[in-house]
Structures are given as C-alpha cells and as structure tokens.
Design a protein around this ligand. Structure first.
Ligand SMILES: CC(C)C[C@H](N)C(=O)O
Length: 545
C-alpha cells in the first residue's frame, strides 16, 4: 500500500464531512485487522518471534497508539467511538492494547480542570476541529491553552501559517528548524513532535542524527539559534551577513526571516511547555504503555520523585500561608495607581530603577538543583550543549540597554517582517496584542478588578531581563508587584525552561486558578518571543541600512 494512501486515510479523520471520516475509519479498522492476523497469536513466553512478525507487531503497536490517542483526543465523537470499538475488538482477540500513561496533558494541573474534548463550547469545538484538520492531532499544548480560546485561535492560526502555508522555506526545513530550536532547551516534547512531522513531510532521516548530518545551510543557522535562545543582545549585523553571504549555502532575506520567526516561536513554546509541565502526547513515546496497570501502586514512581505524591498536608499549609496574598497584591496595585498621579520621578531616578531591576534580574537564581546534563539524544541536534543562560548570569555579564524608543515592534519590527514575509507580521502582531490585552478582570476569587498594571509589570519584567527598556515605565512597580518566588518562576521559565519544577509552579500565586497561571505563561512566552525578535530584527535592519 502506498505510503500516501495511508497518510491520506489518517488525514481524512479531520474532515468536517462525516462520511469521509467513516470511510477512513473503515480502512483503518481493516488495516489494523490485517496486521493482527499477520502477527498471529501472541507468543506466551518471550520466545523470539520471526523478524518479520516483530516488525509487524511494532507497526501494529504504532497504529494502536494512534487509535488510542484518537479515542481520547479527536474532536469528532463518531471517530472517538469507533476507535474505542476497534481497541475493544482487538483486545478481545487477545492482543495487548495500549493505555495512556500519566494524568492528562499537564503534570502541574489536575486533568479534571483541563478542557475535555467531549465537553467544549461551540467556539472551542471549531478551534479544535481546525487544529485537528491541520495537524491530524490535538496536542497537549493546545488542550492546556484551551483555557484561553481567543488566544489559542490566534496561536494556532500563526503556527499553521508558519508550518504549512506557502512561504519561503520548504516544509521539512521548517520542522527541522523547530527541532533545532526546541533542542536548545532540551524540550523533548517538541523535538519528538517535529521529528514525526519532519519524517512525514519526507525529511531525510539522516539529518536527525545530528546537525552535522544536515545541509550546511542549516548548520550555519546553529550559531544564530544559540545566541537568540540565550543571549540575543549579542546579535550583530555580522551574524546576519555571514548567513546572507555564504555563497552557495546562502540564505535569502525572506528565508532568514522565516527561520528567525520559527526559531523564536519554538524557543518560547519550549518555555510554555516546561512552564505548564506539558506531558507527552498519548500516541508518542512516554504517552502510553502496553504494560497492564500494576495493582500495587496508585501513582507512578516518577510522581513521587516529583513531589506529586500525597501533597494534601503540604497544600493545606501552603494555602494557609498564602491566604491574604491576593488582597495584599490588590492593595499594592491600588496604592501604586494612586501615587502614579501624584509624584513623578526624575529621569535619572527612572533610569536607576530600570538598571537596578535589570541587574537584580540577572542575579535571581533559577536552579534548585545543580547541572543537568542534556541527554545525548537531544543534544546531538545542536552543537555546544553547554552554552546556556547560566554561563554568563553567574559571571554577572552586563546586558546593554535596548531602548524601545529606538527600535520597537510596532514601529519597526512589524513592518520589516510583513515586507519580507507577507502576513506574518500581521499574525504575530495580533497574537502579541491578544496575549498582552487578555483579561477576565479577575484576581483569584475576586471579580471586576483592573489587572492591567499587574500584567504590564509581568511583560516589562521579561523585557527588562533582556535589557529592553520603556522610557515611560516606572520599574519600581515591578518590585512592588512581583514577589521573589514569582520572579524565580519567571526567570527559570524564560531563561532555562528545562529547569522549571512542579514546586516552582506551585510556590507562586498559591491562591490563583490554574487558568490564571496558564495566562501568566502566555504573557511570558509572548514577551520572550517579542524580545528575541526585536534583537534579531534590529540586527537585520542594521545589516540592510
Ligand atoms: C494573569 C492574571 C493576573 C490575569 C487575571 N486573572 C485577569 O483576568 O486579568
């Protein structure tokens, strides 16, 4: 059977037309059955079956894992039901079927609080259907972002455009760049996702052995990837020039913009992935198991190690300490609002406040535990795995100040992107605005609160960590509004996302809802993306003029 046919069959499951879905489901069912017959009865003892049968069995397992994922995550109930039936009938034949591992899309958020595909409003249903049609899956990231449908819509639209629509770079390059970017942060969740996509669009498996297995053109992007991810302020027009003037391996301006947007998208999405404790998707490695559940333990060992065991007591103590936290924060917001109108600090004083916050942000320490050496599997995708954020934050490197007056997204970045890669500037601008302006006017259990001051402090704090300064903003506000544990979380999630722990997630804003913490993550992720973009685009502009 042609590979394309098989792929088309899975694709058809995202069709809005029920009869096409039916036909595809029927074919998949038959394919499963053919394979089940092919492998014959499952050997009781682990005697070694003939090689061909092993191959068939692993094929079958892959298909079953996918069917399992669909039975839980397809936005169409007819497909979910049919998949359940397939699994049941296979099981009745004595074949082992997979079951999901873990407790839902996030390690940090209880599954029952996250949207379930079977219970969403019409708007979210449409968004999920679109996402499914585009990618053939509804990943855990989208489910968690589902707390904020308006944002999710814009996020998916942008991502779809970057990965699948007409654009300067070939499809397999786009996924490969996604892999490179996510690998910088050891984000195996995103790496796995895009390794699959890369192969599916016909990418050469040899490239996956490491960056040196990829074409020189992509190898040359390694340096930009590294600097953008960890020290974007070091980017100069010389870096841009070396990519654009590399003779036969040269990048065109349009290609480079496409690559830069992809890199920044996946760096910041890695932040979101770790920041929200996203778990592997059901059909991917680590998302399911063929082992029967063990009766002796209620939760898995890794949960205990993560401190996910019985935390009821800890939680009670925590909440007790935290009570009043929200009110204190609201009181501060009110006071700041009042004195804003009264005293105006001098220019010097404003500069000092910015510099102080910037220096302090460098010193916020991110890691609870020391060193974690990236696993070989992931680190081979990029060179120099030791080049991380910590290298210079320890040395207290001076981050120069980038003044938004001189180069801003609205006045400069946006139009440059739009000129070289039409529509993308627009899409990104919408996404930034939605993230920045999103509000439900709530603070934990309080309603009708104007939270703009707090959201702005979060956004500006991230930009401040990257040296980006708004002249008209009083950075003194940040210290009033963001406490220590929140800063540790922000710093970790933005600068070394792979070090984010459940404990960090739990120790800030203890009375707030999970949806609000996800909201925080959206702000962090978009602010980070914009900061990286600003540096890259400024360097490009300097090169061009
Ligand atoms: C991040 C949170 C402070 C956002 C708040 N719940 C709001 O609706 O504005």
């Amino acid at each position: 059977m042609a590979v394309q046919d098989a792929a088309a069959r899975w694709d058809a499951l995202g069709s809005r037309d029920a009869s096409s879905r039916d036909a595809a489901m029927e074919n998949i069912h038959q394919e499963v059955m053919r394979r089940v017959e092919g492998i014959g009865p499952i050997p009781k003892a682990p005697s070694s079956p003939p090689a061909t049968a092993t191959g068939l069995a692993s094929d079958l397992n892959n298909i079953l894992a996918r069917v399992l994922m669909l039975s839980k995550r397809c936005p169409y109930s007819d497909v979910r039901e049919k998949c359940k039936r397939i699994l049941k009938s296979v099981q009745d034949l004595g074949v082992r079927i997979p079951r999901p591992l873990g407790n839902g899309p996030s390690r940090f958020i209880p599954e029952k609080e996250i949207l379930q595909v079977s219970k969403v409003d019409t708007r979210t249903q449409t968004i999920f259907e679109d996402a499914f049609a585009a990618l053939g899956r509804l990943d855990n990231i989208s489910l968690v972002m589902g707390f904020h449908p308006q944002y999710l819509e814009s996020f998916l639209r942008t991502q779809h455009y970057l990965l699948q629509m007409d654009g300067p770079l070939p499809l397999h390059y786009r996924h490969y760049i996604g892999i490179m970017a996510a690998a910088r942060h050891q984000c195996s969740y995103l790496v796995n996702l895009h390794v699959n996509d890369f192969l599916q669009v016909g990418g050469d498996p040899k490239w996956l052995n490491g960056l040196d297995g990829a074409p020189q053109k992509l190898q040359a992007l390694g340096e930009l990837n590294k600097i953008l991810a960890h020290r974007p302020w070091l980017l100069t027009k010389a870096h841009i020039e070396s990519l654009l003037k590399a003779e036969e391996h040269s990048w065109s301006l349009a290609e480079l913009i496409h690559a830069v947007v992809l890199l920044t998208h996946y760096h910041s999405l890695s932040s979101f992935t770790f920041g929200c404790g996203i778990t592997p998707d059901i059909h991917t490695e680590g998302g399911h198991t063929f082992r029967p559940p063990s009766l002796s333990s209620g939760y898995c060992v890794c949960d205990i190690a993560n401190g996910n065991g019985n935390g009821a007591l800890e939680e009670m103590l925590g909440n007790h300490q935290a009570s009043g936290e929200v009110e204190v924060l609201m009181e501060r917001m009110k006071q700041l609002q009042e004195c804003r109108d009264e005293e105006e600090a001098s220019q010097e004083e404003m500069t000092t406040r910015f510099e102080r916050e910037k220096t302090e942000s460098m010193l916020v320490s991110t890691s609870e535990d020391e060193e974690n050496v990236p696993s070989r599997d992931i680190s081979r995708h990029f060179e120099d795995p030791s080049y991380g954020y910590k290298d210079f934050s320890r040395r207290g490197e001076h981050v120069p100040t980038f003044r938004v007056q001189d180069y801003s997204w609205e006045d400069h970045g946006y139009s440059l992107v739009n000129r070289l890669y039409p529509d993308v500037g627009q899409l990104l601008d919408e996404k930034f605005q939605i993230a920045f302006n999103l509000t439900y006017n709530t603070m934990a259990m309080h309603q009708g609160v104007d939270t703009s001051m707090l959201r702005r402090a979060i956004w500006n704090y991230i930009h401040c960590m990257f040296g980006i300064r708004y002249d008209d903003y009083d950075y003194g506000e940040i210290n009033q509004l963001l406490d220590r544990s929140f800063k540790v979380y922000i710093k970790t999630m933005v600068c070394s996302p792979e070090k984010t722990t459940k404990r960090m997630y739990e120790s800030f804003w203890r009375q707030f809802q999970h949806s609000e913490k996800v909201h925080v993550n959206l702000l962090l992720m978009e602010a980070r993306m914009q900061a990286e973009l600003l540096y890259a685009l400024r360097a490009l502009t300097q090169y061009m003029t």
